[in-house]
Design a protein around this ligand. Structure first.
Ligand code: HEM
Length: 188
Protein backbone atom coordinates (compact mmCIF):
# COMPACT_ATOMS: atom_id res chain seq x y z
CA UNK A 1 0.00 0.00 0.00
CA UNK A 2 1.11 3.56 -0.61
CA UNK A 3 2.34 5.19 2.59
CA UNK A 4 2.28 8.91 3.27
CA UNK A 5 6.01 8.80 4.02
CA UNK A 6 6.86 7.64 0.50
CA UNK A 7 8.16 10.82 -1.00
CA UNK A 8 9.01 9.57 -4.45
CA UNK A 9 7.97 7.03 -7.03
CA UNK A 10 11.34 5.34 -6.46
CA UNK A 11 10.50 4.71 -2.77
CA UNK A 12 6.96 3.59 -3.54
CA UNK A 13 8.11 1.09 -6.16
CA UNK A 14 10.39 -0.62 -3.67
CA UNK A 15 7.71 -0.73 -0.95
CA UNK A 16 4.77 -1.76 -3.09
CA UNK A 17 6.57 -4.56 -4.97
CA UNK A 18 8.37 -5.97 -1.92
CA UNK A 19 5.93 -8.83 -1.48
CA UNK A 20 6.06 -9.85 -5.15
CA UNK A 21 9.86 -9.68 -5.06
CA UNK A 22 9.98 -11.89 -1.96
CA UNK A 23 7.74 -14.47 -3.65
CA UNK A 24 9.97 -14.39 -6.72
CA UNK A 25 13.15 -14.78 -4.63
CA UNK A 26 11.64 -17.81 -2.99
CA UNK A 27 10.57 -19.35 -6.29
CA UNK A 28 13.86 -18.69 -8.09
CA UNK A 29 15.87 -19.96 -5.13
CA UNK A 30 14.44 -23.44 -5.85
CA UNK A 31 16.74 -23.54 -8.88
CA UNK A 32 20.12 -24.86 -7.78
CA UNK A 33 22.49 -22.78 -9.92
CA UNK A 34 25.36 -25.18 -9.30
CA UNK A 35 23.74 -28.06 -11.23
CA UNK A 36 23.15 -28.20 -15.01
CA UNK A 37 19.40 -28.78 -14.60
CA UNK A 38 18.94 -26.05 -11.97
CA UNK A 39 20.91 -23.50 -13.98
CA UNK A 40 19.06 -24.50 -17.15
CA UNK A 41 15.70 -23.89 -15.41
CA UNK A 42 16.89 -20.48 -14.20
CA UNK A 43 18.08 -19.45 -17.68
CA UNK A 44 14.89 -20.74 -19.27
CA UNK A 45 12.86 -18.56 -16.90
CA UNK A 46 15.02 -15.50 -17.67
CA UNK A 47 14.85 -16.16 -21.39
CA UNK A 48 11.05 -16.54 -21.47
CA UNK A 49 10.49 -13.41 -19.35
CA UNK A 50 12.96 -11.27 -21.31
CA UNK A 51 11.58 -12.42 -24.66
CA UNK A 52 8.13 -11.37 -23.49
CA UNK A 53 9.38 -7.94 -22.37
CA UNK A 54 11.41 -7.42 -25.56
CA UNK A 55 8.21 -7.60 -27.61
CA UNK A 56 6.82 -4.55 -25.76
CA UNK A 57 7.69 -0.88 -26.09
CA UNK A 58 10.93 -0.43 -24.15
CA UNK A 59 13.48 2.39 -23.73
CA UNK A 60 16.54 2.24 -26.06
CA UNK A 61 18.86 1.38 -23.16
CA UNK A 62 16.56 -1.35 -21.89
CA UNK A 63 16.23 -2.77 -25.41
CA UNK A 64 20.02 -3.05 -25.79
CA UNK A 65 20.40 -4.62 -22.37
CA UNK A 66 17.60 -7.12 -22.93
CA UNK A 67 19.16 -8.19 -26.26
CA UNK A 68 22.57 -8.63 -24.63
CA UNK A 69 21.26 -10.68 -21.70
CA UNK A 70 19.02 -12.76 -23.99
CA UNK A 71 21.99 -13.64 -26.22
CA UNK A 72 24.05 -14.60 -23.20
CA UNK A 73 21.25 -16.79 -21.83
CA UNK A 74 20.89 -18.49 -25.24
CA UNK A 75 24.63 -19.21 -25.38
CA UNK A 76 24.59 -20.79 -21.92
CA UNK A 77 21.43 -22.76 -22.69
CA UNK A 78 23.16 -24.24 -25.75
CA UNK A 79 26.19 -25.02 -23.61
CA UNK A 80 23.89 -26.85 -21.19
CA UNK A 81 22.42 -28.85 -24.05
CA UNK A 82 19.00 -27.22 -24.13
CA UNK A 83 17.36 -27.66 -27.48
CA UNK A 84 13.93 -26.30 -26.64
CA UNK A 85 12.88 -22.83 -27.65
CA UNK A 86 11.21 -20.89 -24.84
CA UNK A 87 7.79 -19.60 -25.67
CA UNK A 88 7.21 -16.04 -24.51
CA UNK A 89 4.47 -15.57 -21.93
CA UNK A 90 1.55 -13.20 -22.44
CA UNK A 91 1.42 -9.70 -20.95
CA UNK A 92 -0.49 -6.54 -21.81
CA UNK A 93 1.60 -3.44 -22.67
CA UNK A 94 3.36 -1.92 -19.63
CA UNK A 95 4.93 1.48 -19.03
CA UNK A 96 8.60 1.53 -20.22
CA UNK A 97 9.72 2.83 -16.79
CA UNK A 98 8.27 -0.29 -15.16
CA UNK A 99 10.43 -2.38 -17.50
CA UNK A 100 13.51 -0.26 -16.67
CA UNK A 101 12.81 -0.86 -12.97
CA UNK A 102 12.47 -4.62 -13.25
CA UNK A 103 15.43 -5.29 -15.50
CA UNK A 104 17.91 -2.78 -14.07
CA UNK A 105 16.88 -3.77 -10.52
CA UNK A 106 17.22 -7.46 -11.29
CA UNK A 107 20.91 -6.87 -12.04
CA UNK A 108 21.34 -5.99 -8.34
CA UNK A 109 20.01 -9.38 -7.31
CA UNK A 110 22.18 -10.97 -10.00
CA UNK A 111 25.31 -10.16 -8.03
CA UNK A 112 24.02 -12.39 -5.24
CA UNK A 113 22.94 -15.13 -7.67
CA UNK A 114 26.34 -14.99 -9.36
CA UNK A 115 27.95 -15.95 -6.06
CA UNK A 116 25.66 -19.01 -5.86
CA UNK A 117 26.57 -19.96 -9.46
CA UNK A 118 30.30 -19.45 -8.75
CA UNK A 119 30.13 -22.17 -6.10
CA UNK A 120 29.55 -24.72 -8.90
CA UNK A 121 32.15 -27.42 -9.45
CA UNK A 122 30.30 -29.06 -12.35
CA UNK A 123 32.40 -28.35 -15.50
CA UNK A 124 29.34 -27.92 -17.74
CA UNK A 125 27.90 -25.27 -15.40
CA UNK A 126 31.24 -23.49 -15.15
CA UNK A 127 31.62 -23.39 -18.94
CA UNK A 128 28.18 -21.78 -19.25
CA UNK A 129 29.57 -18.43 -18.11
CA UNK A 130 28.07 -15.91 -20.54
CA UNK A 131 25.02 -14.93 -18.47
CA UNK A 132 26.89 -14.16 -15.26
CA UNK A 133 29.66 -12.32 -17.17
CA UNK A 134 27.18 -9.66 -18.28
CA UNK A 135 27.94 -6.10 -17.18
CA UNK A 136 26.15 -4.86 -14.05
CA UNK A 137 24.40 -2.12 -16.05
CA UNK A 138 24.70 -0.10 -12.86
CA UNK A 139 24.55 3.21 -14.79
CA UNK A 140 21.09 2.25 -16.00
CA UNK A 141 20.00 1.60 -12.41
CA UNK A 142 21.51 4.95 -11.28
CA UNK A 143 19.75 6.80 -14.08
CA UNK A 144 16.45 5.04 -13.27
CA UNK A 145 16.80 6.04 -9.59
CA UNK A 146 17.55 9.67 -10.52
CA UNK A 147 14.50 9.85 -12.75
CA UNK A 148 12.03 8.22 -10.35
CA UNK A 149 13.32 9.99 -7.23
CA UNK A 150 12.16 13.19 -8.91
CA UNK A 151 8.71 11.77 -9.70
CA UNK A 152 5.63 11.90 -7.48
CA UNK A 153 4.61 8.73 -5.66
CA UNK A 154 0.92 9.44 -6.23
CA UNK A 155 -1.35 10.15 -9.16
CA UNK A 156 -2.42 8.23 -12.25
CA UNK A 157 1.05 7.86 -13.76
CA UNK A 158 2.63 6.63 -10.52
CA UNK A 159 -0.24 4.20 -9.97
CA UNK A 160 0.18 2.82 -13.44
CA UNK A 161 3.96 2.36 -13.21
CA UNK A 162 3.69 0.63 -9.82
CA UNK A 163 0.91 -1.65 -11.05
CA UNK A 164 2.88 -2.48 -14.21
CA UNK A 165 6.05 -3.23 -12.21
CA UNK A 166 4.03 -5.61 -10.06
CA UNK A 167 2.70 -7.31 -13.19
CA UNK A 168 6.28 -7.79 -14.43
CA UNK A 169 7.22 -9.52 -11.17
CA UNK A 170 4.21 -11.79 -11.69
CA UNK A 171 5.33 -12.44 -15.27
CA UNK A 172 8.69 -13.68 -13.92
CA UNK A 173 6.84 -15.77 -11.33
CA UNK A 174 4.70 -17.32 -14.05
CA UNK A 175 7.82 -18.11 -16.10
CA UNK A 176 9.55 -19.62 -13.03
CA UNK A 177 6.50 -21.75 -12.29
CA UNK A 178 6.10 -22.97 -15.89
CA UNK A 179 5.18 -26.67 -15.63
CA UNK A 180 8.27 -27.90 -17.49
CA UNK A 181 10.55 -26.03 -15.05
CA UNK A 182 8.68 -27.22 -11.96
CA UNK A 183 8.86 -30.83 -13.16
CA UNK A 184 12.54 -30.60 -14.01
CA UNK A 185 13.42 -29.01 -10.68
CA UNK A 186 11.49 -31.68 -8.77
CA UNK A 187 12.66 -34.69 -10.78
CA UNK A 188 16.27 -33.61 -11.27
C1 HEM B 1 16.52 -15.60 -6.25
C2 HEM B 1 16.30 -14.56 -7.03
C3 HEM B 1 16.59 -13.15 -6.61
C4 HEM B 1 17.28 -12.70 -5.52
C5 HEM B 1 17.96 -13.50 -4.43
C6 HEM B 1 17.25 -11.25 -5.59
C7 HEM B 1 17.88 -10.43 -4.69
C8 HEM B 1 17.89 -9.07 -4.72
C9 HEM B 1 18.63 -8.21 -3.84
C10 HEM B 1 19.57 -8.70 -2.72
C11 HEM B 1 18.35 -6.94 -4.18
C12 HEM B 1 18.85 -5.69 -3.47
C13 HEM B 1 20.20 -5.29 -3.97
C14 HEM B 1 20.68 -4.02 -3.32
O1 HEM B 1 19.88 -3.28 -2.70
O2 HEM B 1 21.88 -3.75 -3.45
C15 HEM B 1 17.43 -6.99 -5.29
C16 HEM B 1 16.88 -5.89 -5.90
C17 HEM B 1 15.98 -5.95 -6.94
N1 HEM B 1 15.59 -7.08 -7.64
FE1 HEM B 1 15.99 -8.97 -7.12
N2 HEM B 1 16.53 -10.85 -6.68
C18 HEM B 1 16.13 -11.98 -7.35
C19 HEM B 1 15.43 -12.05 -8.50
C20 HEM B 1 14.92 -10.96 -9.16
C21 HEM B 1 14.22 -11.03 -10.42
C22 HEM B 1 14.02 -12.30 -11.29
C23 HEM B 1 13.81 -9.78 -10.71
C24 HEM B 1 13.01 -9.39 -11.93
C25 HEM B 1 11.94 -8.69 -11.91
C26 HEM B 1 14.27 -8.90 -9.63
C27 HEM B 1 14.07 -7.55 -9.51
C28 HEM B 1 14.67 -6.72 -8.59
C29 HEM B 1 14.43 -5.28 -8.49
C30 HEM B 1 13.48 -4.46 -9.33
C31 HEM B 1 15.27 -4.80 -7.46
C32 HEM B 1 15.36 -3.38 -6.93
C33 HEM B 1 14.53 -3.26 -5.64
C34 HEM B 1 14.50 -1.81 -5.16
O3 HEM B 1 15.46 -1.37 -4.50
O4 HEM B 1 13.51 -1.12 -5.45
N3 HEM B 1 14.95 -9.68 -8.72
N4 HEM B 1 17.18 -8.29 -5.61
Amino acid sequence: MTKLTQASLRARLRADTRLAHEQLDEEVSRFDLTTPIGFLCFLTMQSAALQTLSALQVSAKAGAMIRDVLERAALDLRQLGSSTQQSPAAIEPVHPLAIDYAIAGSRLGSQLLKKRWQAATDPQVRRASAYFSAPSYIEMWASFCNTTEAMSSSGTLANQIVQDADRIFHLYLECARAPQLTNRAIHA
